[in-house]
Design a protein around this ligand. Structure first.
Ligand SMILES: Cc1cc2nc3c(=O)[nH]c(=O)nc-3n(C[C@H](O)[C@H](O)[C@H](O)COP(=O)(O)O)c2cc1C
Length: 200
């Protein structure tokens, strides 16, 4: 069987389910494998191979700020400028976004790894999370990270539930850009972007 041409230097995929039962456990296929489409473990492994920009999604309602680390953020359209965010239905920021109708997306720079860790730390209360970083109020009230790589304050135009997650589309009301290197998440680790050798 032809296997996908995955980078063999990558960490072996060890939790997937192979499609061909005769092929045995996935450990046998090390860095490349064909997995069942309905396997959550294989799905997570697939997404772990794809580098993601690390963001903090933040919102505020009735004076209470909430925020989480998130990579499920995507551009929807430039005319009008809109972003899509996917938030776990159990995440505390979810109801804050629904109630306020506003959220900010703060794309993190390489020096923000500690923020990414704090805003994804289960059980850490939100005042403790916002003690890290230089947070200010955006035009619509959502917290904005002053030295983010870039940030966008969005008004919710659509909210829909999809399995375990809630998809919010937000129209951008305000955005900020800073020159900095981004923070990425790849193979379950925080990473930095490095220019390729010989390329300016
Ligand atoms: C790199 C990374 C990316 C994440 N991306 C998302 C995401 O896109 N959506 C989401 O709902 N949770 C995401 N999470 C998980 C949340 O950050 C985490 O569950 C957070 O603790 C939820 O906040 P809460 O405990 O206040 O509900 C991510 C976590 C990490 C470390």
């Amino acid at each position: 069987m032809m296997m996908p041409n995955l980078d063999r230097r990558s960490t072996p995929i060890d939790r997937s389910v192979v499609l061909d039962p005769a092929a045995g456990p996935v450990e046998a296929c090390a860095a490349s494998c064909l997995a069942r489409g309905d396997s959550p473990g294989a799905f997570r492994d697939m997404m772990a191979l794809v580098p993601g920009a690390v963001t903090i999604i933040a919102s505020e309602h009735a004076g209470v700020r909430k925020g989480i680390t998130a990579t499920a953020v995507c551009s929807v359209s430039a005319e009008p400028p809109q972003l899509l965010i996917c938030v776990n239905g159990k995440a505390s920021v979810r109801s804050t976004i629904s109630q306020s109708g506003v959220f900010s997306v703060n794309f993190l720079a390489r020096h923000h790894e500690v923020l990414a860790r704090k805003f994804s730390e289960a059980g850490l209360d939100h005042d403790a999370r916002f003690a890290f970083g230089d947070w200010m109020g955006g035009s619509l009230g959502a917290p904005v990270l002053a030295d983010a790589l870039s940030s966008a304050v969005c008004e919710v135009v659509s909210e829909s539930k999809q399995a375990t997650h809630v998809l919010f589309i937000g129209r951008i009301a305000e955005l900020r850009l800073n020159a900095a290197r981004p923070l990425l998440y790849h193979q379950r680790a925080y990473c930095d972007v490095a220019p390729r050798e010989g390329v300016a």
